[in-house]
Design a protein around this ligand. Sequence first.
Ligand SMILES: [Ca+2]
Ligand SMILES: [Ca+2]
Length: 620
Amino acid sequence: MFYFAFRDVAFLHPTASPHPASPLSHPHSCIKFVTFLVFTLTVSFSDADGGKTGTEAAPLNNSAPNVLFIAVDDLNDWIGCLKGHPQTLTPNIDRLAASGTLFTNAHCPAPACNPSRTAIMTGIAPNESGLYDNRQKMREILPTADLMPKHFSRNGYHSLGSGKILHYFIDAASWDEYFPAKESENPFPRTLYPEQRPVNLSRGGPWQYVETDWAALDATDEEYGGDWLVSKWVSEQLLQPHQKPFFLACGIYRPHEPWFVPRPYFEKFPLDQIQLPPGYRADDLDDLPTAGRKRGPNRYFEHIQSEGQWKKGIQGYLASIAFADAMVGRVIKALESGPNVDNTIVVLWSDHGWHLGEKQHWQKFTGWRVCTRVPLIIRAPQGTPGLTTGTTAGTKCDQPVNLLSLFPTLTQLSGVPDIDKAKAPSLVPLLKDPQADWKHVSTTYLNRPEDYSISDHDWRYIHYSDGGEELYQISSDPHEWNNLATDLQHQSQLHYFRSRAPKSFHQYVPISINAMPKLKWNSITKGIAPPSKPDGQTFDCYFVNQRSEDLELFWVSPTGKPKSYGMLSPNHPKRQNTRPGAVWLVADQSGQHLGFFRVGDRGSRAIVPAVAKTKPDSKR
Ligand SMILES: [Ca+2]
Ligand SMILES: [Ca+2]
């Protein structure tokens, strides 16, 4: 079914088997060509030190394979072919898996959007970059790293993207083309949201992420927009012939919260038939170390249960997955009915898994398999430079792999030079032979140095920075119910995983104050600041006084009493640990109350403006 019309020039990956002296080679690139027909190539690679050369590379030739790169947000293993939940409906993803290679033991580099996507798109692991969580800014930490689309673009490709590929920004300089327009730095097209929110899940408190909610929308897919518009734009690209090979990224946002999708997707999962997550066990926490017991239970799950919304939430997730699957189906259908099908590599992945009650947890950010295991499907046509036979339909590979391998895998497959910084192994040997000898483990980095989990073929290991450890035998305990770390019988396994642990960790790189979300300044012209309603875990906020005189910062107690927390000097940011729902009052030196900030669900900056804006802010 898949083949290349021409195979004029094939690249060999630097790690491929030795080949007779090549007719062309670049002194810095270590790339060798094998030519059947030698074309005049005007290829110009990056310098070995990573510096950029002035010339953009020309395409290798017109038969270099295209790459269709599909990212689905927050999709755990609840797809039919991974059997994560018996009721899930993902016929399109399953069909794609059946037409290529499905990795059944694939894990994310990190169990959160930002560190996972940054690692995947740069090929740089969190312990190398110091980017471990969602608060950090990729371009503050990795200002010059080439993302995958840029790297392909430098090597003769046209790079296009749509939807969420990075953590809520586009990184315009990395793409030749984007929808919506890359200059907007907003990866989301128009999306329908209910006017009244929340719809189903009442707000548990100021700690709660505002998007945690679910509802069936009375709208068509087209009216809904969002991922429908992304899949439409991507499909339009796939239906056209292209001058250059393309790297086309399609970021499907559902099943990321909020779980609002058109009603027909909810109707596939009647509420009275919803089954609880197979991995849920009420007494699952008893055998965990302290750090595991802390990381498991969270307020979301407690709140959802107390509101009687657990099954509704599961329904919302299943409906959102079914919707995402339909959008993937549109894209695959467009590929298969257009002119590019025979020379396009398809890869589908999700950035991390998701808990729906397992380990008393709702959301992500943990090291357990439910949160690290992700769908990963790769389909390569015959004639792909790095895999001339193409992938074999219906192949499954159960070796432990990591999405960090996507960058070196796609470069090798496409015959594009590898990047210096990619340290993860290419998956091409496993695409050739899923049973191939594979000595690698798959490491997932949690939100701070020394917290990580490691997946092997049959076992998984979790290590916390306080020394806590967990050990699971996945072949007999796929839901990680029985922690074997303290079992004397399994000490050799424990030693083995300790020996495979990451050798070093870059320190956590803090976000600059200017990149933090901004709290609303509520100026006080009369009346008083409201009392705090502190609720949730602490984090740091930064208070910045843009006036020319010293001001005083007060925390307002739950009974409304201001308590001084010291002075705010002009333009000298003050770091203050605080909690969601806290109210911070600012007064001048005469004691006059100028205004207040109410803390939200995350660390932020609180700017006292240079000139009091009396009109617009005084409404509240
Ligand atoms: Ca995500
Ligand atoms: Ca347990």
